[in-house]
Design a protein around this ligand. Sequence first.
Ligand SMILES: CC(C)(COP(=O)(O)OP(=O)(O)OC[C@H]1O[C@@H](n2cnc3c(N)ncnc32)[C@H](O)[C@@H]1OP(=O)(O)O)[C@@H](O)C(=O)NCCC(=O)NCCS
Length: 177
Amino acid sequence: MTGLNRATLPIQLDITFRLAKRTDLPKLEWYGEYSHFRTVFRRTFSEQEQRRRLMLIADCADFPIGHIFIQLNSSRSLWDTRTRAYFYSLRVMEMFRGKGIGTRLLEEAETMVHELGCGWTTIAAAKDNPGARRLYERMGYRIFAEDNGDWSYIDHEGKLQNVHEPCWVLEKKLNFR
Ligand SMILES: CC(C)(COP(=O)(O)OP(=O)(O)OC[C@H]1O[C@@H](n2cnc3c(N)ncnc32)[C@H](O)[C@@H]1OP(=O)(O)O)[C@@H](O)C(=O)NCCC(=O)NCCS
């Protein structure tokens, strides 16, 4: 073999789906790409501790390579089948996309909230993100509303950031046997 030949080392990676732990918080910033969401991650984690939100992680070698966050509607009884969970912040690291991890995160999230008594889930797809909409529709989600997608957060430098991301709002009835 010469130095011009390309060497390949096939490896198998196990992906584990689990709730976030405190030590994931800095790693969720993905080496700076999402530092601006630092306070959002911290607040979401603290709401996970109160069981108002969940942070479901796709873990590879103790690193969160993907995630989906879940807002639980605590205003209704756990056994009320009309109870809805809101899924958001579905994201997979770029080099791991197209391998089924996003689909599996959604499936695991659905199973998790169904076990908590949710009968319906809601998710938003930005109008300029047809790939996400295709993924959700393939998984049985149907558009039922649209939204301006206006929200704001305080970034890691303490600055207010306003987001305007018009989106489709999709829903799915969870039918597990
Ligand atoms: C949207 C997102 C989470 C999807 O994650 P993902 O891991 O790539 O999702 P999947 O691999 O399950 O599915 C994506 C595509 O890969 C294909 N795929 C699924 N399993 C596959 C496999 N084993 N091998 C090859 N391709 C596969 C799917 O058919 C799908 O194809 P599509 O382009 O026709 O939709 C990811 O693209 C992402 O993080 N995007 C940026 C953030 C974002 O847009 N989030 C949505 C907010 S609205």
